[in-house]
Design a protein around this ligand. Structure first.
Ligand code: NAP
Ligand code: ZN
Length: 349
């Protein structure tokens, strides 16, 4: 085991602070990574603050990890020292159940091991994420990051990227479809970029009129202010697909009304009890509300390669590790353009 510097929270109402954690020595199947950058996902905040009622402390968050390989185990042939790699929300799974065999390990029937706040099968206790100097990860959960894209702006691809790419692919969103992305935050801004790259007609659906200009720069063809009932009514029944990234339970009825007959709204944000939806709104148009969580490792690699080809990265604000508490507060106020990324060199100060 080796002691590594990290940042974490000791309780749901505590600030994140410097602490030391243990990382395992590499096994034959492991890759050891020196972390250069880590994105700040809204899920990090939910888990530090125990919003999902399953946090284990200390919580060391971080699942948008970019770094360089420093050591590999003897069974590792697809990575070598110096490679630019990424780690997302999962670091292991059973590899035997139907979900694991068919690729979407996020649905592992025995429970995928999440990058933080999951049972640590190696050391006991629970896993610690990327707000740290180093991480040791099974080779099957390490991603290759294209060298042509900006490494620090690639960090959010590992969660915000795959979480928005996967439903667009799964629901076969195609060129010319009218796609609404609800909520312009870390996930939403990636949803706009991907839907635009696929060739969809993209509508940014936001509560924040001040984000309109940015939405267009990110690739939105139109902006719809969800608080404006008149404008929402004008677009009723016109959307082929909606990607809903709102981080809390909310009134979904106005969004359901936007869908065409047989169209789907996919929830990725509100991992909590939902407000009631009027059955008539769904039944009347054979509409669907569905959910999606991150994406499998194969699909995550496909997404990274797609980003390499199309030169897609996140819009980021860099911070030092010491400024993380302020960054959390700003994310909650929707005051980030559009993802914070921590420069891990600052942890060495
Ligand atoms: P974020 O950066 O905070 O963005 C969320 C956006 O939603 C905000 O910028 C805001 O956009 C809008 N919003 C916030 N509160 C709202 C409200 N009460 N009503 C309507 N709109 C509201 O968060 P994120 O990092 O993108 O994450 C979004 C959610 O997805 C979080 O809950 C996170 O835990 C979850 N998540 C899920 C997965 C998954 O696999 N399913 C993966 C990662 C994250 P506007 O200002 O444009 O309205
Ligand atoms: Zn995340």
């Amino acid at each position: 085991m080796s002691k590594v510097k990290a940042y974490g929270a000791q309780a749901s109402d505590a600030k994140l602070e410097a602490l030391d954690i243990e990382r395992r020595e590499i096994t034959a199947d492991d890759v050891k990574i020196e972390i250069d950058y880590c994105g700040v996902c809204h899920s990090d905040i939910h888990q530090v603050r125990n919003d999902w009622k399953n946090s284990k402390y200390p919580v060391v968050p971080g699942h948008e990890i970019i770094g360089r390989v420093t050591q590999v185990g003897k069974n590792v042939s697809n990575f070598k020292e110096g490679d630019l790699v990424g780690v997302g929300c999962m670091v292991d799974s059973c590899q035997e159940c139907d979900s694991c065999k068919e690729d979407p390990e996020q649905f592992c029937e025995n429970g995928a091991t999440l990058t933080y706040n999951s049972k640590d099968e190696h050391l006991g206790g629970h896993t610690f994420g990327g707000y740290a100097e180093q991480i040791v990860v099974d080779k099957e959960f390490v991603l290759k990051v294209p060298e042509n894209i900006d490494a620090k702006a690639a960090a959010p691809l590992l969660c915000a990227g795959i979480t928005t790419y996967s439903p667009l692919r799964h629901w076969n969103v195609k060129k010319g479809d009218k796609v609404g992305v609800i909520g312009l935050g870390g996930l939403g801004h990636m949803g706009v970029k991907f839907a635009h790259a696929i060739g969809a007609h993209v509508v940014m659906i936001t509560t924040s009129p001040s984000k309109s200009e940015d939405a267009k720069k990110l690739g939105a063809d139109e902006v719809l202010i969800s608080k404006n009932e008149e404008d929402m009514k004008k677009q009723a029944g016109t959307f082929d697909f909606l990607l809903n990234t709102v981080p809390v339970g909310h009134d979904m009825n106005p969004y359901v009304a936007l869908l065409k007959r047989d169209a789907t709204m996919v929830l990725v944000g509100a991992i909590e009890p939902l407000d009631p939806v009027h059955g008539g709104g769904l039944i009347g148009g054979r509409k669907r509300i569905a959910g999606s969580v991150i994406g499998g490792i194969k699909e995550t690699q496909e997404m990274l390669d797609f980003c390499g080809e199309h030169n897609i990265v996140s819009d980021i604000e860099m911070i030092d590790m010491q400024n993380i508490n302020e960054a959390f507060d700003r994310v909650v106020k929707s005051d980030v353009k559009y993802r914070f990324v921590i420069d891990m060199k600052s942890l060495k100060n």
